[in-house]
Design a protein around this ligand. Structure first.
Ligand SMILES: CC(C)(COP(=O)(O)OP(=O)(O)OC[C@H]1O[C@@H](n2cnc3c(N)ncnc32)[C@H](O)[C@@H]1OP(=O)(O)O)[C@@H](O)C(=O)NCCC(=O)NCCS
Length: 219
């Protein structure tokens, strides 16, 4: 009997993941949400089950389960879902888009890697990380568990990212530094130093309405 594909989540990211899986010839059968979020029996044309309904109906060997939840509560929500499904014997599948360039030495359980992601040689990636489109992770980075990489962010080489970090869109993390647990990097920031747990890194304002363009550099 062929296994049924389910996505945990019923939001924009879950819908997008369904679309990317379809492009790689993996059709989704249904979605799962915690019962407090279930307000219908279907989502995006597929069956929608509460976690309880799903656990009652299916055994681990009957399904392939994908993670479609992003960064709520600094990725802690995603971590809790992994833990609760592990208790029932389920594991999450990896999704690595056929349009991503992944040369990593290791990609952990339940990671989702969208099209246009580049992951270099010698990179090790732990459990439950999500990579949006256009993320670049250069050589030898060590990535822990449950981090979220927003579109277009760049990790230079030899970086350590611990757990639950959010790396904002189009930000750059400089080489050979450590981002501690739950670091939040704002969109467009440049991170040049290691962070402490729960640090927030914001970009320098590069433009204010009072600034005037200087043409000196063109002389
Ligand atoms: C850092 C961040 C989390 C702060 O969010 P927040 O606390 O809700 O802050 P606000 O959006 O209310 O912004 C407060 C002020 O800081 C400025 N600001 C916030 N984040 C900024 C950023 N990344 N770059 C430049 N300015 C920023 C805002 O313009 C605003 O300025 P104002 O008061 O002059 O209008 C958020 O702005 C951010 O960078 N999010 C990441 C976006 C992203 O990568 N999304 C991808 C999802 S897939």
């Amino acid at each position: 009997m062929s296994k049924k594909n389910f996505i945990f989540g019923a939001g924009m990211r879950a819908k997008e993941l369904k679309g990317f899986l379809a492009l790689d010839s993996q059709e989704i059968y249904g979605f799962i949400v915690d019962s407090e979020y279930k307000n219908s029996d279907c989502f995006d044309g597929n069956v929608l089950l509460s976690t309880e309904e799903f656990l009652e109906k299916y055994k681990p060997e009957e399904v392939l389960l994908f993670m479609g939840v992003g960064m709520p509560r600094m990725n802690m929500k995603r971590e809790k879902i992994f833990e609760s499904f592990h208790k029932h014997g389920f594991v999450f599948e990896k999704y690595i888009s056929s349009k991503a360039n992944v040369f990593a030495a290791q990609i952990g359980e339940g990671c989702t890697i969208f099209p246009g992601v580049n992951i270099g040689l010698g990179v090790k990636v732990g459990t439950g990380n999500h990579f949006e489109m256009g993320v670049t992770v250069s050589h030898d980075c060590i990535i822990g568990d449950y981090n979220f990489f927003a579109p277009g962010c760049t990790l230079c080489g030899d970086i350590q990212i611990n757990k639950g970090c959010f790396i904002g869109a189009n930000s750059t993390v400089s080489n050979s530094i450590v981002l501690s647990d739950y670091t939040l990097v704002g969109a467009g920031a440049f991170v040049s130093k290691s962070t402490k747990p729960y640090d927030v890194v914001l970009p320098q304002k590069s433009f204010t309405p009072d600034n005037k363009t200087s043409l000196d550099f063109m002389k």
